[in-house]
Design a binder for this molecule. Sequence first.
Ligand code: AHR
Length: 335
Amino acid sequence: MKSLIQMTLAAAAAALLVACSGGEPNAPGGNGNGNGSKPIVLGFSQIGAESEWRTANTRSIQEAAPAAGITLKFSDAQQKQENQIKALRSFIAQRVDVIAFSPVVETGWETVLREAKTANIPVILTDRAVEVSDSTLYLSLIGSDFVEEGRKAGRWLLENYSTGAGKDVKGDINIVELQGTVGSAPANDRKKGFAEIIAAEPRFKIIRSQTGDFTRAKGKEVMEAFLKAEGKKINVLFAHNDDMAIGAIQAIEEAGLKPGTDITIVSIDGVKGAFEAMIAGKLNVTVECSPLLGPQLMDAVKQVAAGKEIPKRIVTEESVFPKETAAQVLPTRKY
Ligand code: AHR
């Protein structure tokens, strides 16, 4: 009789534990929440609001979650890795079903990702990559190929500069580079891809390269410094994003030069502001980097919550928009 009571109590306790934790553990093998019984809870840590791109990315995620029936816990890290780590720890403590985040920089994630793994909470990266010794610490990375974006920018320059704005330029073609956030995947990769392509043409030389942290204000400030140091020697600006290019355009105009003509400007993202600058003739080309990752992320979250496997890498498809196409394309742009 005594052992029957003990068995009944143990069964009741186990049932209560499962009910409190929201079903089976959140291993990629299934968390019991992907079957529509109760909403999946997704914890998302965003980098900040440093650019037009980022704002569009946040909007995409915040709109896609309710549309997919997913409960979103959203946290803005204001460009600080320590804030992102705190947010991830808080998601773990709250026992969300899935964690997703856009890592501000590539390194320094090993410990917190291990904590998520120990807690059986699957992690999906969006937009930016991490450098970890154990690739099982996250399930998938959804986002652009930043090295390829850098290559596309470099290819456009090699194919167009010498027959266009630079047809009268003799000797070296002096490039200044506005890098994104130091240590971030897009800054590292875009630099690498661009350098790889222009290396084929020794006339194209990067004479200055500094971070503008992906913001308009810093893009302007650093471009002012470049102009002060190099003046009219600058032929080309390669900006790792449109916001820094737009900030730099102001600096170039204030220096009495014509952006897009005296200095050819190549940038990345394809935000509406870049299309407006191209229509005004102030920016020469933008390489697309789509921030509209929300729907893809929600699909992946649902798959994971249902215990299904997802690809380790989901790459976004993107185009290149030279200024000649801007007026026609702008009305179709969604960000
Ligand atoms: O990670 C994507 C990059 O981050 C975008 O190019 C930039 O605008 C943003 O801040």
